[in-house]
Structure formats: structure tokens, C-alpha cells
Write a protein that binds this ligand. Structure first.
Ligand code: C5P
Length: 293
């Protein structure tokens, strides 16, 4: 009998992102606060297929093994000698290479769905370890919500959900390479953790969220690299603040710039100033991956 599972994977924002130090393995030690929001991709998993195939790809979303959805499926198939196929259809709505972890979320949905479809019975710790093999953000994407993260971004500490919050997302038509931003020679990333005195700001951000207080700023260390080359993004951030957002900043390695508003009507008013851009008005959500049917 054919089984069809449908999942959503939500976009994430970084409410705080500090690069603490450069690691010997080529990654960076981070302090970040992740938040998922109501912008999502949909993935359908159908069992009546002998091979692992992916449909719904485009120029922007590659169809081969460079697609992280296929990497996730292959990882499970090989590791657990599954011997079954799946037809995966991706309905892409989250902008690609935009600092929103869209691909990482798709990978998290694929691990979650195939664990069910292929009846693997993997527990949360095993899924977390597999997710980290696919990318630094993927473990977070399995859980979503409001989470403080350290290490590569995989050491997760759940925080209380934000009070209902509206976000305006502005999507400039640029694709950013996360690796290029992190490896930029101007990135202020000390070689050792002790040389970095930024920890206080992270602690203050986490404390504010725990206390249910409004954020006083969106700090993102990667802005200094990205804004130096794309001053129009800094102008978008300033524009969001001028239009009435309480705070604004870049997500991940960009180019998405977001601002926080107190209400949907405030967010709808702010977004009118950005009619030349693709935009989204969304609320925070408390999941990363969600089964729809
Ligand atoms: O883990 P992921 O494959 O998503 O990371 C993409 C790139 O971003 C890495 O190859 C690395 O250059 C950079 N990165 C980093 N430190 C992190 C996460 C990502 O330097 N904590």
C-alpha cells in the first residue's frame, strides 16, 4: 500500500549571532539565538518508488546529490541499509541561500519523515547526530522554536517561546555563500575563545528572552562583512527601523533583513515602505518541522 506523508519545514531567523572564535576544523564557534517563523517549504514523501528521487527542483534548487534533501535521504538509506526508495516532492517557498536555513530545514524534514516512512525507530539523539553530519543548522531545524545555541550551532538550549511577535522579512535578490562570509579575511573572529569578550551580550539576550522582555537590538557579527560589500542591505535595516520596527538586523549570513513589530497592523504598515522588494510578514512559530498529513 502506498503511503504519503506531507511535512512543512519552517524558516529560521537569528535573533543574535556572535562569532566567538575560529576552530581548527574550519568551522567557527558561535553564540546564537534561533527562532523559527511562519514561512515554510512543503515536502511530500511517497513510498511507491524503487529509487530515491526528488522532484520540484529548479535552477536555484539543484536536483543532484548536491541537494541536501537527497543527501539526507541517502545518509539514512546507506547508514541503515534500508533497501527502499522514496519519491520526494519539494514545494519551495523559502528564498534560497538567504540566511533562513531553508535547505537545512528541508534536510531536517527529510530525516524526520523518512524515520517514519521507513520505520527506522531512530530516537531524538540519533537524529540530532545525523543532522549534524548534514550541516551546522540542521540539528536546530529538527526542533525549531526559540533556542540558544553554541558550538557550531548544534549545542541547543530551549528558551521560553517569545510573546506573540510579528516579523517583517525583506528578501533582497542576492544569494550569499555562508562559507565565503565566515571565511572573509575581515571577519573579526579571534583564534581563541578567551580573546573574545562578547559573551556578556549573548547572556543578556538570553536573559531578556527568559524574562519575557523585548529585545533591545538584533546583534549579528556577520553584518560587518556583508554590509561592507552590500551597503544596500544596511540601508534596508535602517529603513526598517525608520519605518517603526523596534529592532532590525540580518539573519545568518544574509541577505535577509528582518525587523520586529508589535502587531500585524504595524508590520503591514512597515512592509508598504519596501514594495520594491520581495517581503514576508510572519509570526514566530514553536516548531521546526511539522507533519501536515
Ligand atoms: O555546516 P554548514 O555546511 O551549513 O556550513 C557551511 C559553511 O559555513 C561551513 O563550511 C563553514 O565555512 C561555515 N560555518 C562556520 N562555522 C559554523 C557554521 C558554518 O564557519 N559554526
Amino acid at each position: 500500500m502506498k503511503t504519503v506523508l506531507r511535512y512543512r519545514s519552517y524558516a529560521k531567523l537569528n535573533l543574535f549571532l556572535e562569532v566567538v572564535s575560529r576552530r581548527p576544523d574550519g568551522y567557527h564557534e558561535l553564540e546564537t539565538v534561533f527562532q523559527t517563523v511562519g514561512l515554510y517549504d512543503e515536502l511530500t514523501f511517497e513510498s511507491d518508488c524503487d529509487d530515491i528521487i526528488l522532484e520540484g527542483t529548479s535552477v536555484e534548487v539543484p536536483s543532484g546529490q548536491e541537494n541536501i534533501v537527497l543527501q539526507a535521504a541517502k545518509l539514512l538509506s546507506d547508514r541503515y541499509d534500508v533497501g527502499k526508495g522514496v519519491r520526494i516532492t519539494l514545494d519551495k517557498r523559502i528564498p534560497v541561500a538567504a540566511g533562513l536555513a531553508g535547505g537545512s530545514g528541508n534536510a531536517a524534514a527529510t530525516l524526520t519523515a523518512l524515520n517514519v516512512l521507513w520505520q527506522l525507530g531512530l530516537d531524538a539523539a540519533t537524529l540530532h547526530a545525523l543532522a549534524l553530519e548534514l550541516g551546522s543548522d540542521v540539528p536546530y531545524c529538527l526542533v525549531g522554536g526559540t533556542v540558544a545555541a553554541t558550538g557550531r550551532g548544534e549545542q541547543l538550549e530551549s528558551l521560553p517561546a517569545l510573546a506573540p511577535t510579528w516579523f517583517v522579512l525583506v528578501h533582497p535578490q542576492l544569494h550569499m555563500s555562508t562559507a565565503a562570509v565566515f571565511n572573509h579575511p575581515d571577519l573579526n573572529a579571534p583564534a581563541t575563545q578567551s580573546e573574545n569578550d562578547s559573551g556578556d551580550a549573548f547572556v543578556a539576550c538570553v536573559r531578556a528572552i527568559r524574562a519575557g522582555e523585548a529585545l533591545s537590538e538584533i546583534h549579528n557579527r556577520l553584518e560587518e562583512i556583508v554590509f561592507a560589500e552590500h551597503s544596500e542591505l544596511e540601508a534596508v535595516k535602517q529603513g526598517l527601523l525608520d519605518a517603526g520596527c523596534s529592532v532590525a538586523g540580518m539573519s545568518g549570513s544574509g541577505p535577509t533583513i528582518f525587523g520586529i513589530c508589535a502587531s500585524q497592523s504595524d508590520a503591514d504598515a512597515v512592509v508598504r515602505d519596501f514594495s520594491e522588494f520581495s517581503t514576508s510578514v510572519v509570526q514566530s512559530v514553536d516548531v521546526g518541522v511539522e507533519r501536515v498529513t
